[in-house]
Design a protein. Structure first.
Length: 402
């Protein structure tokens, strides 16, 4: 047998090591991550990985690609009760800036949530692209909820015409209905809660008056990494962003996203409902174990995530590193998300066990012993739920990878 190239061997070993570690031996509580079904992962490897298409028919041989895109749009319209869909957003970030570029004017003031209150960092004044020349005015947030009356005052005082609701830390519903009464244009960044919206376990911004719902497709929604844009109005958005923000939309991603949307159409209600149960159970259990969980006065959370925050960022990060040593993966916020463990099939009983692990780490118990228990629990849930389990995966592998 020919000796494998040393560089290939190194890369191969790194990939396998990562797969064994993150996919099989850790409990992932990062709210901005999720896992796809094996079928969705396989579609990312199809021949569409290599191809282009275009509106004007410049690229030939695209008839099946075009059919897949149109089919995906129809599924998305059903799922989100939308009239317009673009699947061409290659990320939630691009979807957000598509909204801003399409709906705002240069040097306009827009309303959003500040980074200090959990808003998306990409909406800060220093990170917004210079081409937009926008000025941000921040919603007033108290106890992790938007104060509607004070925010309305800010909108009127600054003559705001466009608002972006939704944030990176989103524990509670956003006041779409209340702000729509002001006759302003509302875009809803649903990156984190898209799966809950699709599963009808959270507010649907389009039904409440937002002109657009957009975001990433891989957080509470269990699709491949990428983005989506939806509206209740017919928009010429795809042509508008072509060569401004998007060229090749990655058609293998769109095929995989369409499969994930079909899974969500059939299993999303049960999945999203269980997420809400799991999130509340984990928050309540940690709070009762004296961990610093916020939001008690408002019921902790209405989404897939909860917030555990110590006295400062360094303390948070140090504790996140301790959790990592025990194979519990979180961010430095510390935001805790139950979306991936729910996709694994975990329910309220497992949330209690995870809370017990975290309590033990906080009390200084032996990390190696807790790590063993974490891995044991994780391996009890090695399948992926809320998917079609009667699919002949071997047939798909043979047909798509031959």
């Amino acid at each position: 047998m020919e000796k494998i190239n040393s560089e290939i061997k190194l890369l191969q070993d790194l990939l396998i090591s990562h797969q064994n570690y993150r996919f099989h031996e850790t409990i992932n509580l990062i709210p901005s991550e999720n896992i796809c079904s094996p079928e969705v992962r396989l579609l990312l490897c199809s021949d569409m990985l290599h191809r282009y298409t275009s509106y004007e028919g410049y690229y030939r041989g695209t008839k099946f690609i075009d059919e897949v895109e149109n089919f995906g749009k129809e599924i998305a319209k059903q799922l989100f009760k939308a009239k317009f869909v673009s699947l061409r957003m290659i990320s939630g970030h691009i979807a957000l800036f598509s909204f801003l570029l399409f709906f705002t004017k240069n040097e306009e003031k827009i309303l959003c949530i500040s980074e200090k209150d959990g808003g998306y960092p990409g909406l800060s004044d220093e990170k917004l692209p210079n081409i937009l020349r926008l000025k941000t005015i921040h919603a007033v947030v108290k106890n992790y909820k938007i104060d509607v009356n004070l925010t309305i005052e800010a909108i009127r005082k600054n003559d705001i015409k466009v608002a972006v609701l939704g944030s990176s830390l989103i524990l509670f519903r956003q006041p779409v209905k209340e702000l729509t009464k002001l006759n302003i244009t509302i875009g809803y960044d649903g990156s984190h809660v898209l799966g809950l919206i699709a599963g009808q376990a959270f507010q649907n911004p389009l039904e409440e008056g937002a002109i657009a719902l957009f975001g990433s497709t891989h957080k509470s929604f269990f699709g491949p990494q990428g983005g989506i844009f939806l509206s209740n109005e017919e928009l010429e958005l795809d042509k508008f962003i072509l060569h401004r923000l998007v060229d090749n939309a990655h058609w293998n991603r769109i095929a995989a996203l369409t499969w994930a949307m079909i899974e969500m159409k059939h299993f999303g209600k049960n999945y999203a409902s269980q997420i809400i149960k799991n999130s509340y159970t984990l928050a309540k259990s940690l709070y009762e174990r004296k961990l610093p969980i916020v939001g008690y006065e408002n019921g902790f959370t209405e989404t897939h995530m909860l917030l555990m925050t110590f006295k400062d960022y360094k303390t948070n990060l140090d504790f996140a590193k301790k959790l990592e040593m025990a194979n519990i993966i979180v961010d430095g916020g510390i935001r805790l998300g139950v979306n991936e463990v729910t996709r694994r099939g975990m329910k309220e009983g497992e949330m209690e066990r995870i809370a017990e692990f975290i309590e033990g780490i906080n009390k200084g118990e032996n990390l190696d012993e807790i790590k063993k228990r974490v891995i044991k629990l994780r391996k009890e849930f090695d399948d992926i739920e809320y998917r079609f389990k009667d699919i002949n995966l071997d047939y798909l592998i043979e047909e798509l990878l031959k």
